[in-house]
Ligand binder design. Structure first.
Ligand code: TNX
Length: 532
């Protein structure tokens, strides 16, 4: 498909408030063509926005237009409304949209309802700077479609618990940036955050820790007298009713929630409630220290698989997502090497290496998920052991894990830590910043990410479904801080997800970002105001 990016002259880009709307926002539409007449359409608060009758999603889109643009929803009539939302845009990409501003007013047409939603978001961001009840929109045709079908962001609510209200705001922020997958990290060593009805004690007790290590754990040993701990309990979990409410909230915004139950490592919070599921039998306590723990699920104990199926069964009931994330990262084999049950299991399976126990668990979980019509995603460690073709790999460690997985014909989500880890410092002068994971990931580096490795053939490249940024929260305990780590790096990654490499331009992006930041301020979002 032919694409044009028509940027205005540099002088026009530094326009201030109330200058002409130029539709250049983030992610930037691929084509913005002004008709040259110099004429404008008026967007007037309170005017109507029409939507096709008997389409609940389009009605919901009209309500978004009401919320974001101040319009009044009305079922489509013969006479065109000042803004009309329509379907039928010809494109194979369901998220594609076209905004036409002209004689007949303003039309937002999508290849599907999600495309219309993204068109509304673009219009909303384009006029973010405008004040007053009447906004002048120059006649133009604006077209866009995302490069990738998978455009993700992860939030870790296990290390710190974030309230339902913030999770919704987080989802709003994702929608504003054209993200369509919310990967929700719900369990870890430091907290279990999902209610499981068949195991009521799990969330009740597994979601509480009495204190947390102060400062970074890097180079610090876990045992006293170091480190020092705070005296603030961290607690909280989501009830199933809350989870369902959030799933629905996200779905209205064309965002699928992919829940993650991290296994067989990162399970100490669960072991603290069910010590018999660990190789040593415990006792265990919800971790108050960060890092990789050697206590993991005992694969030799048949109760472990029963436990996993109970949990995942309820998770599948709550989350309609095709993909279910099972973690699989950072699972030391230390306990398995010494555990009689695990060693007996290895004999039974006829395998020699402890790593095969994880392969075994992965396969069992995969077939359980398949029986529920679901597919497995795991962190790239799962590549190491005989996956079925159907498994999707979330590449995070850097190195060549993405290439290896794609060449094996696994679908891959590129979440390379060197470009996508939002828990790293965004400014080089670390002392000016709140404590973060020691590494450095500036905005420019996020923007430079290319999710498809040049080592892949065009055929293999099709296995790269998209990209995802991750907000781990060892050092992030408040909503404001989470937003600060997320913004504006999410804006950079949203262009990685939406634009073709040749369409990206960091200089232009920064100009557009200055405008988007004004909108962040109006919406009350915290963000890092400096760029590197
Ligand atoms: C590695 S990424 C982890 C997380 C940490 C993160 C900190 C991954 C699959 N595991 O448990 O929170 O690093 O950056």
């Amino acid at each position: 498909m032919k694409r044009t990016i028509l940027f205005l002259a540099a002088a026009a880009l530094s326009i201030s408030a109330s200058a002409e709307v130029n539709y250049q926002t983030i992610p930037c539409p691929q084509s913005i063509v002004f008709d040259g007449s110099g004429k404008s359409a008026l967007l007037v608060k309170g005017q109507t926005v029409s939507y096709p009758a008997e389409n609940a999603k389009m009605w919901r889109n009209a309500l978004f237009a009401q919320e974001y643009l101040g319009l009044t929803p009305e079922v489509e009539k013969k006479k065109p409304a000042s803004v009309s939302l329509t379907l039928g845009l010809e494109s194979e990409n369901p998220d594609a949209y076209c905004i036409t501003v002209g004689k007949k007013g303003i039309q937002i047409q999508g290849a599907s309802e999600s495309g219309v939603f993204y068109g509304i978001q673009t219009l909303r961001k384009s006029i973010a700077d405008e004040q007053g009840d009447t906004i002048r929109l120059p006649w133009a045709t604006i077209k866009a479609e995302p490069r990738f079908q998978y455009r993700g962001t992860m939030l870790d609510c296990a290390r710190h618990f974030f309230p339902v209200e913030f999770v919704k705001e987080f989802i709003d922020i994702l929608a504003l940036h054209g993200v369509n997958k919310f990967h929700w990290h719900l369990t870890d060593d430091q907290g279990w955050r999902v209610e499981v009805k068949a195991l009521p004690e799990l969330a009740k007790r597994g979601s509480y820790r009495p204190h947390t290590i102060l400062g970074s754990n890097l180079g610090v040993r876990e045992t006293p007298p170091t480190p020092l701990y705070d005296d603030t309990p961290e607690e909280g979990f989501y009830t199933q009713a809350q989870l369902r409410e959030i799933v629905a909230y996200a779905a209205e915004r064309y965002i699928t929630i992919i829940p993650e139950i991290d296994l067989p490592g990162h399970m100490v919070a669960a072991l603290s409630v069910y010590p018999e599921l660990g190789c040593t039998g415990g006792p265990y306590a919800v971790k108050t220290f960060w890092g990789v723990d050697k206590d993991v699920l005992c694969v030799g104990n048949p109760k472990t698989l029963e436990f996993i199926k109970t949990v995942l069964g309820e998770v599948c009931d709550i989350f309609p997502s095709k993909f279910i994330h099972i973690g699989g990262d950072e699972c030391p084999r230390t306990r398995w090497e010494k555990c009689p049950k695990c060693q007996a299991k290895m004999k039974e399976l006829g395998v020699k290496k402890e790593s095969e126990l994880q392969t075994y668990i992965n396969r069992e979980v995969e077939s359980f998920l398949a029986s529920r019509g679901r597919e497995l995603i795991g962190w790239d460690e799962i590549v190491n052991g005989g996956l079925s073709d159907n498994a999707t790999v979330m590449f995070w460690r850097g190195g060549d894990g993405d290439v290896v997985a794609a060449k094996q014909h696994h679908r891959v989500i590129n979440s390379n830590k060197w470009f996508c880890y939002l828990d790293y410092y965004q400014l080089e002068k670390r002392e000016t910043q709140p404590l973060a994971f020691t590494r450095y990931l500036p905005l420019s580096k996020c923007y430079s990410m290319e999710p498809v490795s040049p080592e892949l053939t065009p055929e293999e490249s099709k296995y790269i479904l998209g990209a995802q940024c991750n907000l781990w929260t060892e050092y992030v305990s408040s909503p404001d801080h989470a937003e600060y780590m997320l913004l504006p790096r999410l804006a950079a990654l949203s262009e990685v997800m939406w634009l073709q490499p040749a369409e990206k331009d960091f200089g232009q992006f920064k100009v557009r970002l200055a405008a988007l930041e004004k909108y962040y301020r109006r919406l009350g979002y915290k963000y890092c105001p400096h760029y590197e």
